[in-house]
Design a protein around this ligand. Structure first.
Ligand SMILES: Cc1cc2nc3c(=O)[nH]c(=O)nc-3n(C[C@H](O)[C@H](O)[C@H](O)COP(=O)(O)O)c2cc1C
Length: 181
């Protein structure tokens, strides 16, 4: 399974990007996860489409999404909703022809506080659902108190590592079923 990881945070020391790296390390052999860059995408502006071409970073992201077997979103919540950089990336993938339709996907999130991004994941589920993304519904992955679980060395918390590993097993099986149709 070729998974594209999309972090909703542009921060160098992002807990959510660190969670994607932790997933990379947990993936069973034969699967891979590439982390997409969304920091260089321009803000959505339909005027940027010229002669049917979108800006280069947008074309790159759209090609990465098209080429992926599955998508894994790892995102903080900003003011209890989808962070603007992530919403911008999703909007670019949605038009003129959506690259999301039918893609299997899952969402995870890490926050320094206790709620673990739960309030932001529901608006994200709504938007991805509208785009006909095939979302894994369970387990939901809300990692609270992330500052204590992730250090400069990565994910240090054994219980979180075990939980992510189980989620991955479920997700890989789900994505394979969706792929088969
Ligand atoms: C604009 C903004 C809004 C935020 N809103 C929330 C929020 O609603 N709930 C929350 O738990 N944390 C909120 N935070 C704090 C983030 O959870 C925290 O910065 C987190 O580390 C961001 O994820 P990252 O480490 O992947 O960058 C907000 C941060 C920013 C910059």
């Amino acid at each position: 399974m070729k998974i594209l990881g999309i972090s909703g945070s542009l921060r160098k020391n992002s807990l959510n990007t660190a969670a994607l790296r932790a997933v990379q390390a947990l993936l069973p052999a034969g699967h891979c996860l590439e982390i997409a860059g969304i920091g260089d995408l321009p803000l959505m502006n339909e005027d940027l489409e010229q002669d049917g071409r979108l800006p280069e970073p947008v074309e790159r992201l759209r090609a990465q999404i098209r080429g992926a077997d599955a998508l894994l979103f790892a995102t903080p919540e900003y003011n209890a909703s989808i962070p603007a950089p992530l919403k911008n990336a999703i909007d670019w993938g949605s038009r003129p022809a959506s690259v999301f339709k039918g893609k299997p996907a899952s969402i995870i999130g890490v926050s320094p506080g206790a709620l673990g991004t739960s309030r932001g994941q529901y608006p994200l589920r709504h938007t991805l659902g509208v785009l006909s993304v095939q979302l894994l519904t369970q387990p939901e992955v809300f990692i609270g108190n992330g500052g204590q679980k992730f250090t400069d060395e990565g994910l240090e918390d054994a219980a979180t590592r075990e939980f992510l590993g189980k989620m991955l097993e479920t997700f890989l099986a789900f994505a394979a079923r969706v792929k088969l149709g």
